[in-house]
Write a protein that binds this ligand. Structure first.
Ligand code: PHB
Length: 384
């Protein structure tokens, strides 16, 4: 098995295959240090943690992650809490930064004798429509190497080479630009909240998300085509203070050193089917989702579990049922998540079109005021 990409999807797959005794090689463009320190997502669903735990991959996570079962919506300076855990079987989110997940998965794979090649360049896929595909790449010292395999897993992200190796016409791509942009900020600041905050303000959405006791993530809705250069640290904090403010409360936002500022394009993209010939796509290589609802890493882990189960079944008995249904099983979860993320995007942003803006407001009021709507939210947010 050749796995392209050492992110959460590729590494989870690698670990599960290794545990099943299926030989695999993981190729990664970045260095080990780069992938182990690159901050990205930070929210894991209950079932993703359970899956890792079943495979002995969640020991440190279970010790160190904070569990969260409630979030807060702030509207016109008023706070409304939604206790989603109590509405959905007591299931919680686990807050554990993606780079820590990656660190744990690399360590487990390498300690189990796994083969990861870091710093590889110019990865190319060959004969993916045959049962004997291969991968070639250039190592850091300039040598060209080759791996013959039975299957290739493409877990190399949205801009990776694997999806682009599929001939045009063999897959259908569904894309949607949500017409919104977020400025994503990471700061060395202790959290000013115990729960994720979604704030709706006339000037745009603001979010306060959690990472650790010393680092926090914030988001600001910014005009489409805005650039990071327009956002000095002073402007970021002023805007966060304004949009997150609570009326009649002594709540305040603790500032810290900003360590990352990025513009996030709010785009969704889904590839159907998620496989072609001997190539199986996972995670962002097959689907990207807006960050709203924090589903991206969870979908990637689900893909890895489904593919590992299918490959293990095939390896043991020659039964390829799991491989044939891989795409369909994953896509069901992917589209469920896309629908929910879109539902939330619409609810927490105010559309420039006044009618749509009022619909978004009605959706949030229904969520805050109705048990049935809160139940829908809880099920999709932490589950389903
Ligand atoms: C995050 O932690 O980055 C996060 C959490 C919840 C969201 C979106 C992003 O809805």
């Amino acid at each position: 098995m050749g796995i392209v990409g050492a992110g959460p999807a590729g590494l989870t797959l690698g670990n599960l295959l290794q545990q099943a005794g299926i030989p695999c090689v993981v190729l990664e463009r970045g260095s080990r240090e780069y992938i182990e320190t690159r901050p990205r997502a930070g929210v894991m669903e209950h079932r993703a943690v359970q899956m890792l735990s079943r495979h002995g991959l969640a020991d440190r996570l279970l010790q160190e992650a904070d569990r969260h079962g409630a979030c807060e919506f702030r509207v016109d300076g008023q706070a409304y809490e939604v206790d989603y855990s109590s509405l959905y079987d007591g299931q919680t989110h686990y807050v554990y930064p993606q780079q820590e997940v990656v660190k744990d998965l690399v360590a487990a794979f390498v300690n189990g004798g796994g083969d990861v090649r870091f710093d590889v360049q110019d990865v190319a896929l060959h004969d993916i429509e045959s049962p004997a595909p291969s991968l070639t790449w250039t190592t850091a010292d300039g040598t060209r190497e080759k791996l013959d395999c039975a299957f290739i897993a493409g877990a190399d992200g949205f801009h990776g080479v694997t999806r682009r190796s599929i001939p045009p016409g063999a897959i259908q791509e569904f894309s949607h630009q949500h017409g919104i942009e977020w400025l994503s900020i990471l700061a060395e600041a202790p959290p000013s909240t115990h729960k994720v905050i979604y704030a709706l303000h006339p000037d745009g959405f603001a979010g306060h998300m959690l990472r650790s006791a010393t680092v926090s993530r914030y988001y600001l809705q910014v005009p489409v085509d805005d650039t990071v250069d327009n956002w000095s640290d002073e402007r970021v904090w002023a805007e966060l203070h304004k949009r997150l403010a609570l009326r009649d409360s002594d709540w305040s936002l603790t500032e810290g050193r900003i360590i990352e500022k990025r513009i996030l394009d709010m785009r969704s993209h889904v590839v159907e089917p998620m496989n072609h010939g001997s190539l199986y796509l996972l995670g962002d290589a097959a689907h990207i989702i807006t960050p709203v609802g924090a589903k991206g890493m969870n979908l990637a882990l689900h893909d890895a579990e489904v593919l590992a189960t299918a490959l293990t079944g095939y390896h043991r008995t020659g039964d390829d049922t799991g491989l044939r249904s891989y795409s369909e099983v994953c896509l069901r979860r992917v589209w469920r998540a896309q629908e929910f993320s879109q539902w939330m995007v619409f609810m927490i942003h105010r559309s420039p079109e006044p009618f749509l803006s009022r619909l978004g407001q009605a959706r949030l009021e229904h969520l805050i005021g109705s048990g049935a709507s809160a139940g829908y939210f809880a099920q999709n947010y932490v589950g389903p």
